[in-house]
Ligand binder design. Sequence first.
Ligand SMILES: *Cc1c(COP(=O)(O)O)cnc(C)c1O
Length: 410
Amino acid sequence: MTGGAVNDNMPNNLDDNPRMLAARIVDAVRRTIGGAESLVLLHEPYLPPKTSSYVQECIDTGWVSSAGAYVTKFEKQLAEITGCARAVAVVNGTAALQLCFQLAGVQRDDEVVCPSLSFVATANAISHCGAIPHFVDVDPSRLTLCPDAISKRLTDIARLENGRLINRETGRRIAAVSPMHCLGHPADIHGLLDVCNRFELPLVEDAAESLGSYYAGKHTGTFGLISAVSFNGNKILTTGGGGAILTNDESLADKAKHLSTTAKVAHPWEFYHDEVAYNFRLPNINAALGCAQLEVLSETIEAKRRIADAYEDSFRTIEDVDFIREPSGTTSNYWLNGFILKPEHASVRDEILHALNAAKYQSRPLWQPIHTFPMYQHCPRGPLVHTDSLCARLINIPSSSQLSTRLGNR
Ligand SMILES: *Cc1c(COP(=O)(O)O)cnc(C)c1O
């Protein structure tokens, strides 16, 4: 993350005035994406021209539901694009993540190490397995789960007992580590894999936000045992609602498909099911939307990266904020652009949000940390200093790929 040169010793009178800072930020956004007559949304879907004919085909042939050629085609394309052996399409990212945990062996009353700095679905998916999130802090330079913080936390509170990692404070088994690639920026995967190996834990990636993001040249969501992607309406690619499980393990992929289709054993007419399972399969008409967007995904990501470059340029002169850049060694999809206020300006965050939204640039803070919600406030956790601090200082600004046509002569 870079924010231009900052000289901490020099008082910056201009930025001592919160209204002035808000005005400069609005101006930076305006210089980047132009004036806003009507509301510029934070993130709009991009539905390429082919979409209508694909969806029309589903309607014309009657194949609108949970069987049909587009589901298979979508899965094949996803596997190809991510370089993963298999993709299994399901109804949403939360369902995908729930199945990931189940397939990684997470059981009732287990704990799963995850960030509190995430969308609530990360913790919900763990809860849907009857397990408990165990929150660990993020690395402030990349907004994602910090390997050193996990290592310290596990060394402090856990012990290995016959190959099971037990939390000495709760008596529960710690069953997995689940990083989230925040706003599309890849986590420190090598550091995380190293911690996972040392503590004998599977890595389950919440790659909901990181379709098209790479770590060391390899697609996110392909490093751990299994991972989940989301195609919700505000994500970089949307199927209306949808998600997918990615894995290089063929037998896990087969199990994921079985569990997402009511565990029905294939037969021309018999309805025989061999375990308690889910109706999580992605409908064909949704997959058709996804196929059209996957065909242009690389163009979409190029557009988003151009928008990020342009924002960075405009924000360079504002010393009181750090525009969020991809960590070195990674290529981010820049799903949502954003900036982080210096700690001393945290108190003016809401004033800046008011100013941006009043100027018709839809802008939002990051999620509130999950450990502050009533259902998750009693969960085990390490210190969450960076999580709390970042949530109070980060603002996301309009990032739709269509905005690349408004960048003008920069
Ligand atoms: C969007 C999202 C999900 C869940 O995806 P849905 O498709 O909305 O269920 C999970 N985790 C994170 C971090 C997300 O941003």
